[in-house]
Design a binder for this molecule. Structure first.
Ligand SMILES: Nc1ncnc2c1ncn2[C@@H]1O[C@H](COP(=O)(O)OP(=O)(O)O)[C@@H](O)[C@H]1O
Ligand SMILES: Cc1ncc(C[n+]2csc(CCOP(=O)(O)OP(=O)(O)O)c2C)c(N)n1
Ligand SMILES: [Mg+2]
Length: 293
C-alpha cells in the first residue's frame, strides 16, 4: 500500500498547488482557509448524536485556522444524509460550533445520500501573521494548548476496554463536543514559530512540526484532562487523536507573554532541540496515529 503522504502529495500537485504542505491552513491577503470532510461511518462514534457529529466536524475544521494563528469568521458546509431529520440535527451541531468558534455559517448545501452520511466543513479566518508547521527552532519551548486524552478514551470504549457506563456524562460530553481553543489564535499569530492541531494523534502532530522544521521535539510532559484519571494513563494519552488541542513552538524569550495571552489550558511541556523526530523523557518515539489509507 502507498503511504498517505505520497498519495496526498500527488493529489496536491494534480490540483495545481504542490506547496500546500506543512500548513494547517493557508490563504491570500490576511485570509486563511481550511476544509475537512468526513463520512459518518468513519468518524461518528457510537455514542455521538448527529448534532455532536456536526459540532465535532466544524471544530475540527476551525481548529486548523486557530492553529495557524487565525480567527474563524465564516463557515460554509455541505452535507449528505438519508433523511431530513439527520440534516436538521447536523445543522444544529454546525450552528452551535460556529457560535463557539466566533464565526457564522454563510452558505451551505444539502444532498441526499443512499446510505452513509458525509459532511465537508470549510472555514475562513483572518490573521495578521499566518503560522505554519515549519518554523520551529532549537531553543523554542513546546506549548500544549488544551488537554489530551478524549480520543484515546473513545478508542478504549470502542475496543470495550472501558465500559461506557463507567464514564461520567460530562466526560462523554467532552469527547463528543471538543473544545475549540479560540483564545490561543492571537497568541500564536503574535509569538509562535510553528503550530499545528491534533486531529490524527498527539505524536503525529508533534512529528509533523519536527519533520517540517527539521528539528527534534523533546517532550517532558503530557497533560491529560485530570477528569480522565483512572480511565486512562498520561502515557496512553500521548497517542490520543481528535482532541483538537494545539502544539505550538514558542521562542523562549516570548514564553511569558505567550502564556499570558493564550488562555487557561496552556502548558510548557518540552523543548525544541537540534536533531530529528520526537522523544518523550529522552526516549525516541515512532509517530503512531490515525491514517485514512
Ligand atoms: N484531494 C486533494 N487534492 C489536493 N490536495 C489535497 C487533497 N487531499 C489532501 N490534500 C492536501 O494534502 C495535505 C495533507 O492533507 P491532510 O493530511 O488532510 O492534512 P491537514 O491536517 O492539513 O488537513 C494538505 O495540505 C491538503 O491540502
Ligand atoms: C467510527 C470512527 N472510526 C474512526 C474514528 C477515528 N477518526 C476519524 S476522523 C479522525 C481524525 C482525522 O481527521 P481529519 O480531519 O481528516 O484529519 P486531518 O485532515 O486534519 O489530518 C480520526 C482519528 C472515529 N472517530 N470514529
Ligand atoms: Mg485534512
Amino acid at each position: 500500500m502507498q503511504g498517505e503522504e505520497s498519495i496526498l502529495r500527488r493529489l496536491a500537485e494534480l490540483a495545481g498547488n504542490a506547496d500546500i504542505f506543512n500548513v494547517d491552513a493557508a490563504g491570500p491577503q490576511g485570509l486563511l482557509i481550511n476544509i475537512d470532510g468526513y463520512a459518518a461511518s468513519m468518524s461518528r462514534l457510537p455514542f455521538m448524536s448527529w448534532s455532536d457529529w456536526g459540532y465535532k466536524s466544524t471544530v475540527a475544521s476551525a481548529s486548523d485556522i486557530i492553529a495557524s494563528g487565525g480567527k474563524p469568521i465564516a463557515i460554509a458546509y455541505s452535507v449528505g444524509a438519508t433523511s431530513v431529520d439527520v440534516l436538521e440535527e447536523v445543522a444544529k451541531g454546525v450552528g452551535e460550533a460556529s457560535r463557539d468558534v466566533g464565526a457564522k455559517v454563510y452558505k451551505a448545501d444539502s444532498n441526499r445520500s443512499a446510505a452513509d452520511a458525509w459532511i465537508d466543513v470549510a472555514v475562513v479566518g483572518t490573521t495578521s501573521r499566518p503560522v505554519t508547521r515549519s518554523g520551529a527552532m532549537p531553543g523554542d519551548i513546546v506549548v500544549q494548548v488544551g488537554y489530551l486524552g478524549y480520543g484515546a478514551l473513545a478508542y478504549k470504549i470502542m475496543k470495550s476496554e472501558v465500559s461506557l457506563r463507567d464514564v461520567e456524562e460530562d466526560v462523554i460530553r467532552k469527547i463528543v463536543r471538543p473544545r475549540p481553543h479560540v483564545d490561543a489564535a492571537e497568541a500564536i499569530s503574535r509569538y509562535a514559530h510553528a503550530s499545528s492541531d491534533n486531529s490524527d494523534g498527539w505524536l503525529v502532530t508533534l512529528n509533523n512540526i519536527a519533520s517540517s522544521s527539521g528539528v527534534l521535539i523533546s517532550l517532558e510532559e503530557v497533560v491529560m484532562d485530570p477528569q480522565l484519571e483512572g480511565l486512562l494513563t498520561a502515557e496512553e494519552s500521548i497517542t490520543s487523536w481528535e482532541d483538537y488541542n494545539l502544539a505550538v513552538a514558542v521562542p523562549a524569550s516570548s514564553l511569558d507573554e505567550f502564556l499570558k495571552l493564550c488562555g487557561s489550558q496552556c502548558f510548557a511541556v518540552g523543548k525544541v532541540r537540534e536533531g530529528r523526530g520526537v522523544e518523550f523523557k529522552g526516549k525516541p518515539l515512532e509517530p503512531r496515529g490515525w491514517s485514512w489509507w
